[in-house]
Design a protein around this ligand. Structure first.
Ligand code: M6R
Length: 609
């Protein structure tokens, strides 16, 4: 949340800062700004709106300097406006700060600073930092930073410039990500790797409670107390080509269409192309350890929570492990016992979601072993967990999670198979049968994407002006009802509810007369129950859009639109049923002229509570 970009080197900083911010816009796009060290002091220019607005302002008025910071904002304190955009300057314009996170005690600090005569120009929590630094500075910028850190509460990553320290950026990490890019005659600071990838592949991940001083020829990391910290740089192996739309009108559509490849890549790390080998050889939890757990606790937020809800069914059916699913932001303030025989699985595509990280730490403090499931190598979640499993979705830029979701579903299904095998709860013939189907899933996904697009388009055209939508499913597919609703509301701003179909009679049935209901009615243990739920809605005049298994024509009479999907085992069916729902949300949003990749009020990576 909020993108940070910094440069100290021998070239003009502004184009580098702006190009980095462009690749960080998915973290926030309410407003943007830059500050440069120039011959005349710190030059700060900022504007509300997306980065394009800042570019317009800079056109013909670009400050020149070789060291600077840039920021793209996702507002927490203070409306999106030019005043509230970062960077923030101290009263005398000699200290500039950019901030990702929240300063929780900013109110009392601000009152104290106002009492001392400081003048504030924004409503943000972040501005206090600039004034505190101005007060604390006595010739040593790092000493001033340390003094200020002892006074602030919250979670943050900062970038700081002092006018008196040419060619020097200071970065601070506390519960919000910050990476340092190591170049030739230039070094970089950023909240995420894509920002700096055109310039360098060698990065240092800052750890919690670290301060970095970045100069063109040196990078020095210390902890908050001043003790040196060293580590080997990490070499980035993935490619920035993934951050281009490659001819698609939106990242979201590109990412939807990439899912067969992403799921194939995720499977390929674990399933042999032929035969029936399922391997988790790289997992830092042995088969013996896995066999010893008596309970699983799944922790996640948003779409990753939906993946967790689906995974519960597989873990209980295949591995016989009682599985509890908790939203990370609730778990962290609850009292759920964990204990040594609990395997806590924290799921987060970004690996930086603040609530999920906090839940991971709490699960560990309560005695559990923590396994991370993430898409980002080197993310905070990956580094803090006892063991990691990576999805192989590649970089996802669209704010609405698509390919990271299906790769989570894919990976968690394989992991349930693995657990079932090591615990002896999964018969060999069932394992073989499922692995046979697993290998065919990416092809089935391609088929769904190409065969359902037209029907989904018609459906989107018909209902794009609606105010409400209902999504229902059961068992393995009820979380996809939640996910279908989330996709629609986040990018089209149409109110949508996901419901377990069996729950409709306990209240939501009162709504169906006026609302189109998307029902996931593919073959599985609850097919007959689902059919009854559909009939009940139909009998009350509800409009139904049905996802059914190919060859099943028995529901045709009930559906205004009936979308057939290839037959697969119910365990694997969520990997197919979600695809038309993603396409539906996309098609509705595009038809309504919405910004699908950057929906209002949202950001890709949620690093605030
Ligand atoms: O990076 P994470 O998987 O932890 O993110 C969790 C949620 O913020 C995320 O899934 C969010 O709900 C998406 N915008 C959904 O499309």
């Amino acid at each position: 949340m909020c993108g940070i970009m910094g440069y100290a080197g021998n070239q003009s900083a502004l184009p580098i800062l702006l190009s980095g911010l462009q690749r960080l816009e998915y973290r926030g796009y309410d407003s943007a700004g830059v500050v440069l060290q120039t011959a005349d002091g710190l030059a700060c220019i900022k504007e509300s709106g997306a980065l394009g607005e800042l570019r317009k302002l800079l056109d013909g008025h670009a400050p020149e300097g070789r060291c600077g910071l840039g920021h793209t904002r996702w507002a927490t304190h203070g409306i999106p406006s030019r005043e509230n955009a970062h960077p923030h300057l101290s009263c005398h314009g000699e200290v500039a700060v950019i901030h990702n996170g929240v300063i929780e005690n900013y109110d009392s600090l601000k009152r104290e600073l106002l009492g001392k005569g400081h003048r504030f120009v924004s409503q943000t929590d972040s501005e206090v930092l600039a004034h505190l630094l101005e007060d604390a500075y006595a010739g040593d910028p790092v000493a001033a930073v340390r003094a200020v850190l002892s006074r602030i509460k919250g979670y943050f990553a900062f970038g700081i410039l002092f006018q008196a320290q040419p060619d020097t950026l200071i970065g601070v990490r506390f519960n919000n990500p910050l990476v340092v890019g190591l170049g030739e005659g230039a070094n970089y600071l950023a909240s995420d790797i894509p920002a700096i990838l055109p310039y360098t592949r060698r990065v240092l991940f800052l750890e919690e409670r670290e301060i970095v001083v970045v100069r063109p020829e040196s990078v020095v990391v210390t902890d908050f107390a001043g003790a040196p910290r060293t580590r080997a740089p990490y070499q980035v192996t993935w490619d920035l080509a993934e951050a281009s739309k490659e001819g698609f009108p939106h990242f979201m559509l590109k990412e939807i269409m990439e899912q067969p490849r992403a799921v194939r890549a995720t499977f390929s790390g674990h399933v042999s192309p032929e035969g029936h080998n399922l391997s988790f050889a790289d997992l830092a939890l042995s088969a013996e350890r896995l066999a010893g757990f008596t309970r699983v606790l799944l922790l996640a937020c948003g779409t990753s929570w939906h993946a967790a809800l689906t995974a519960k069914y597989g873990l209980e059916e295949l591995a016989g492990l009682p599985t509890d699913v908790q939203i990370a932001s609730e778990f962290r303030y609850g009292d759920t016992p964990v204990g040594a025989s609990t395997l806590a699985i924290a799921i987060s595509q970004s690996g930086e979601t603040s609530d999920t990280l906090a839940a991971l730490r709490m699960a560990r403090e309560r005695g559990g072993t923590v396994l991370a499931v993430t898409n980002i190598v080197g993310s905070s979640l990956a580094r803090e967990a006892d063991a990691v499993l990576y999805t192989r979705a590649g970089l996802e830029v669209g704010v609405a999670a698509t390919k990271t979701y299906t790769t989570q579903l894919a990976l968690l299904t394989l992991f349930a198979l693995h657990l079932g095998r090591v615990r002896g709860t999964l018969p060999e013939d069932r394992l073989v049968q499922l692995l046979d189907q697993v290998r065919g899933v990416p092809d089935r996904m391609e088929q769904v994407l190409s065969q359902t697009a037209a029907a989904v388009g018609e459906c989107a055209e018909r209902y794009r002006t609606g105010y409400n939508f209902m999504f229902i499913g059961r068992r393995y597919n009820y979380p996809n009802a939640f996910e279908g609703a989330l996709k629609l509301k986040e990018i089209s701003y149409i109110h949508a509810e996901g419901y377990c179909a069996g729950e409709m009679k306990h209240g939501p049935l009162a709504l169906v007369n006026n609302v189109p209901t998307v029902a996931i009615a593919v073959q599985g243990r609850t097919y007959d129950k689902m059919r009854s739920n559909i009939e009940v809605i139909h009998a009350r005049g509800g409009v139904l859009i049905l996802l059914v298994t190919e060859g099943d024509t028995s529901l045709d009479a009930f559906g205004r639109f009936v979308i057939p999907l290839p037959a697969v085992d119910e365990i694997l069916s969520p990997l197919l049923t979600i695809l038309p729902l993603q396409l539906l949300a996309y098609q509705v949003a595009v038809r309504n002229g919405k910004n699908v990749d950057q929906p209002r009020n949202l950001a890709k990576s949620v690093t605030v509570e």
